[in-house]
Design a binder for this molecule. Structure first.
Ligand code: NAP
Ligand code: ZN
Length: 352
């Protein structure tokens, strides 16, 4: 075991503060990364504040962060994919059983014996896993991704969650040229969804509650932008969408979007608000429409997404901050005041 510098929350109401946490020394299949950048996902905030207590209660101290890019510092004797000095990336998963049908299909996100990057039992040294608001992390090489050399690292970190979470359902539901696709909520996930829908050739419509984001939505790849609080603007799109991705982090009326789907259209929820969302049975029944959810993505698809980003030169639009500004960043995230992802420059942790 060794000690790693980190920022942790000690309760649902305390700010994140500097600390150290114990991590395992790399075992034979492990890779150790010096973390260079870590994105701030709204899930970090939900988890730190114990907003998902019914489903995933938070264990304190909690070190969040699952959008990690770093430099390899040590590798175990059996590691073949990486050597010290390489750049590697870690997302929301750090382990799975590797033997179940889901793992064999490359769908590790559905493995019943998954280990998430933070707030999950640490099988080697006990306690819980600690995430990327830290100077280092250790993970099995199966869960360490390769980063295309042309990508900016600060903007690459958010691809590990916001990227794969939006790319995966778009691939699953066949987003391509000739399809009309909606993206609800222009936050960290939504802005990646907009870039992907555009790159996949779909007619892309962004729904936002923030009039100030209209120009950005167009710049990010939207063909049209709808202010979702304007009923007339919404009505113009009734019954016309093949697919809508809902990436809203708070309570909102999803029935207003179900109405916009054409026959057989699908709306997929990736946003995970604290409270259940009421669904109109009639909105689904009359149009033969469907409502789904989607969690992150499997490891092969995460690598595919990173390679796709390399080919299309796609990264997140980031505001790079030092770790010392993390609590301020959380306050701004709640107000949807970030364009469009915070990426923590982990070199700032050296000052602690
Ligand atoms: P974010 O950056 O805070 O973006 C959320 C966006 O939702 C905001 O920018 C805002 O967009 C919109 N919004 C916020 N409050 C709203 C309200 N009251 N009514 C309507 N719209 C509102 O968050 P994120 O990091 O993208 O994460 C989004 C959600 O996805 C979170 O719940 C997160 O936990 C979840 N998530 C799920 C997965 C998964 O695997 N399924 C993975 C990662 C994250 P506008 O200003 O454009 O309206
Ligand atoms: Zn996330």
């Amino acid at each position: 075991m060794y000690q790693s510098k980190a920022y942790a929350a000690s309760s649902a109401t305390s700010p994140l503060a500097s600390t150290t946490v114990a991590r395992r020394d790399p075992t034979e299949h492990d890779v150790q990364l010096e973390i260079l950048f870590c994105g701030i996902c709204h899930s970090d905030l939900h988890q730190v504040r114990n907003e998902w207590k019914e489903v995933m209660p938070t264990v304190y101290p909690c070190v969040p962060g699952h959008e990690i890019v770093g430099r390899v510092t040590r590798v175990g004797s059996a590691v073949t994919k990486f050597k010290p000095g390489d750049i590697g990336a870690v997302g929301c998963l750090v382990d799975s059983d590797g033997t179940c049908p889901e793992c064999k299909a490359g769908l590790e996100q559905f493995c019943p014996n998954i280990t998430l990057t933070y707030n999950f039992p640490e099988k080697h040294i006990g306690g819980v896993t600690y995430g990327g608001y830290s100077d280092s992390i250790v993970a099995d090489e199966r869960f360490v991704l390769r980063v295309p050399a042309n990508l900016n690292l600060a903007g690459t970190a958010p691809l590990l969650c916001a990227g794969i979470t939006t790319y995966s359902p778009m691939r699953h539901w066949g987003v391509t040229k000739g399809k009309k696709v909606g993206v609800v909520g222009l936050g960290g996930l939504g802005h990646m969804a907009t870039k992907f829908a555009h790159a996949l050739g779909a007619h892309t419509v962004v729904f936002t509650t923030s009039p100030s984001k209209k120009d950005d939505a167009l710049r990010l790849g939207a063909d049209e932008v709808v202010l979702s609080r304007d009923a007339n603007e919404m009505a113009k799109h009734a019954g016309s969408f093949d697919f809508i991705l809902d990436a809203v982090a708070a309570q909102h009326d999803i029935n207003a979007y179900i109405q916009l789907l054409r026959r057989d259209g699908n709306i997929t929820l990736v946003g995970a608000p604290e409270q259940p969302l009421p669904v109109s049975a009639f909105a689904l029944i009359f149009g033969g429409r469907s409502l789904s959810g989607s969690p992150i993505g499997g490891i092969p698809e995460t690598q595919e997404m990173l390679d796709f980003c390399g080919q299309h030169n796609i990264t997140a639009d980031v505001e790079v901050i030092p770790i010392q500004k993390v609590n301020e960043a959380y306050e701004r995230l709640v107000k949807s005041d970030v364009k469009y992802r915070f990426s923590i420059d982990m070199a700032s942790l050296k000052a602690e």
